[in-house]
Design a protein. Sequence first.
Length: 378
Amino acid sequence: MIHFEQKSDRDLFTDALEFAEKQVRNVIDKHPDFYPMYSKDGKWKHDGPKWTHWCDGFFPGQMWLFRRFNADRRREKEAKYWMEQAIRYSEPLEPRQMDRDVHDLGFIFMSTYHRWYKVTGDKRLNDVLIQAGKTMALRFKDKGQYLRSFVSDDSLFIDIMMNVGIIFYAAHETGDRTLREIAMRHTLTTQRVLVRGDGSTAHEGLFDLETGEFLRQSTHQGYRGDSCWSRGLAWALYGFSTCYEYSRNPHFLRTSEACADFFITHTPDEGVTPWDFNAPGESRDQVDTSASAIAAAGLLRLARLIQDPVKGHFYWSTAVHILRSLCGGYLGKSKGWEGVLKGGVYHIHKDLGVNESVMWGDYFFTEALEHALRTMPE
Ligand code: GLY
């Protein structure tokens, strides 16, 4: 009888993390001080447009995760290498604490300066985080009660749920009640206008600037205004859990759960989502592995926060199932491929990074693998 040896989840995830380390090391050696965004034919460096300048924190963020992975295993030399690289790539981001052009300061600083601060306790790093939170709060529109997206004053994006956390953080660190109020109001508005009754989400909400009245749901990267863009839903799942952690408002936890339940129920059995849950016809065959990686990372957080142990275990084991699928079929192992995960989508309508590696997919995949390994029973 032929006996097929199946790898344990621990071995599968450890191998995937080590593969990710190798890919990132190669990029550092091949393109020093370059920050990848999305690949073209598997290559990170190309002249394609960025659309918006939002993801420079993810590459150093991956390095901070590799540092912890190696430090936990007492691999001193590797941990030292990753700490040096992580600092080298995090430091140039510091001026972005004042950046008012993007709504992404949480992405940029919580993946880098926050991890750095947790390792060293250097107050100077915390000052950068606090300033970034204050800068984010300047996006608040009193009429409408939301943080405006990078696109225009009347626009609110679901993605901002991943960035409002840095305002809660700055409020917590400074005791500033106005900052906390802004973060709360933005989260409540997003919950009201972008999360639907079935737990699905819209990408964008548009407001009347004169009255602050909510007008309608819309999208840039999803299929339609009334569809559910899978990455947007993953941002909401993760983001509402973060806001619950900062605010302890149980409604935010319930919203995160509702988004998780929609995500899980509508994901095919093999565990990887289409780029939009309502994508029609053949377009539905295009997966977005980054949405799956973000959802896995979010489900692991939710599993940690939730009181009910049965539901908590369900979310944890679903995250592990998603990671198993990503490791099984989507690692960028073909010759010359520079990213970690294949099958990501950046902007399908602009034809940017379609069926490619995307930096945020690699980052949240790394985060989820590291988290799953840390919480896996021996
Ligand atoms: N702009 C954030 C995203 O593509 O998800």
